[in-house]
Design a binder for this molecule. Structure first.
Ligand code: ATP
Length: 364
């Protein structure tokens, strides 16, 4: 018989739905007020995994993803998920309460021995789940020194990472992958700066105009994919191309003049379907760097279709290269050049970006 457990951790709520003994987690704070509360749910303190022999799949759901669509679709999906996967797995449902919470949920789920942690939402949720696979620069492990697999049910606004695998922004294909259970190692990008703290990305990290556009786009997610157009228009206001210093694979510093945007792809798409790094492959052991130089606003109008279909690498003033690492510095030293990773604002230059080959097993 199915049993459910309401769980909360580190300032937010989790709900676990299993068909066996519940995956119980600390209960500290209530559900987000506008989320329905199931009175059959119970709470407990401390963390323990199901004692069932079946494996635990922890679904990390951002109820605010895609302006609330993620939550609506998840509710519709759950009965199907239980019928499709419930015979072989305990289905553990964990709702995020706010930014960064998915990181804590993921770390705890891995430490408690979850078989897989599955991000349900957009690239931002996936980004946080990926960051939860690491702590203090090392992979998180359970008591047997094993990690969990990473899964994804793409239900965000852009869901760009899923596009590299040819998945649509809907759940059924992803659920079939989880049911098949095939896992393969994928690469993760790691970003380091002046502090000891590392950040991880799985899709695309980018610098300057595109990162500024992403920063603004995040304010307009209620408009769906149109947010990227609005964000880009706002980013153009006051934009000026900048000279950047770049060091590739720990070689010599080089100057790239009048950089409009610099993109570092572990996968191919960003900005709601733009195929910015068309040769990137998260199983290649490389990152694809694409640099747009001296682009004017009208270049984007004339060449936008090439950016979307990934044929822009042969365009004038577009440089591309496969790298294992790249360091980027702002020559002006203004500290105002935007950086984002997986569509999430990270801060401003300088940063170093490296590949971690085969860092995570992914269900795909
Ligand atoms: N409960 C929550 N309330 C508010 N924001 C949240 C919550 N949980 C996560 N977030 C934040 O929501 C942001 C966006 O999430 P997500 O990427 O899933 O959706 P999206 O932006 O619509 O999709 P995409 O990134 O694919 O365009 C993330 O930055 C995340 O930190």
């Amino acid at each position: 018989m199915a049993c459910y457990c309401q769980i909360a951790l580190g300032g937010s709520s989790w709900r676990v739905a299993t068909t066996a003994k519940p995956f119980a987690l600390r209960g500290e704070q209530p559900l987000a007020p506008d989320l329905p509360f199931d009175s059959t749910l119970s709470r407990s303190n401390g963390v323990q995994l199901s004692s069932s022999r079946r494996r635990d799949l922890v679904f990390v759901i951002n109820p605010r993803g895609a302006n609330g669509r993620t939550w609506q679709e998840w509710k519709n999906l759950l009965p199907y998920l239980r019928s499709r996967l419930g015979n072989n797995y305990n289905i553990c449902e964990s709702l995020t309460s706010g930014p960064s919470h998915a990181i804590d949920i993921t770390r705890e789920a891995i430490q408690e021995g979850a078989d897989a942690v599955i991000a349900v939402g957009g690239d931002g949720t996936l980004h946080e789940v990926v960051n939860g696979f690491f702590l203090d620069g090392k992979p998180v492990r359970n008591h047997d020194h094993r990690s969990s697999a990473l899964g994804l049910i793409p239900l965000g606004t852009g869901s760009d990472f899923a596009r590299t695998f040819g998945w649509k922004n809907e759940p059924h294909e992803a659920v079939e992958c989880i049911a098949r259970g095939v896992r393969s190692p994928i690469d993760v990008g790691v970003i380091s700066g002046e502090t000891d703290e590392s950040h991880y990305f799985i899709n695309v990290a980018d610098i300057h105009l595109s990162a500024k556009a992403g920063f603004y786009a995040s304010r307009y997610k209620r408009f769906g994919n149109l947010c990227y157009v609005i964000g880009a228009l706002q980013a153009f206001i006051g934009h000026s191309n900048q000279d950047l210093r770049i060091k590739i694979n720990d070689g010599e510093w080089e100057t790239f003049t009048q950089v409009t945007a610099l993109c570092i792809g572990n996968a191919k798409f960003f900005g709601g379907g733009m195929k910015i790094s068309p040769n990137a492959d998260p199983r290649s052991g490389n990152l694809e760097v694409v640099i747009l130089q001296d682009f004017k606003w009208y270049d984007f109008i004339l060449k936008l279709h090439r950016l979307y279909n990934g044929t822009h690498l042969s365009v004038k003033n577009v440089y591309s290269r496969r790298v294992q690492s790249i360091e980027v510095e702002d020559i002006s030293g203004s500290g105002s050049i935007y950086v984002q990773s997986d569509g999430e604002h990270l801060g401003f230059l300088p940063w170093k970006f490296c590949i971690l080959p085969s860092a995570i097993d992914m269900i795909c």
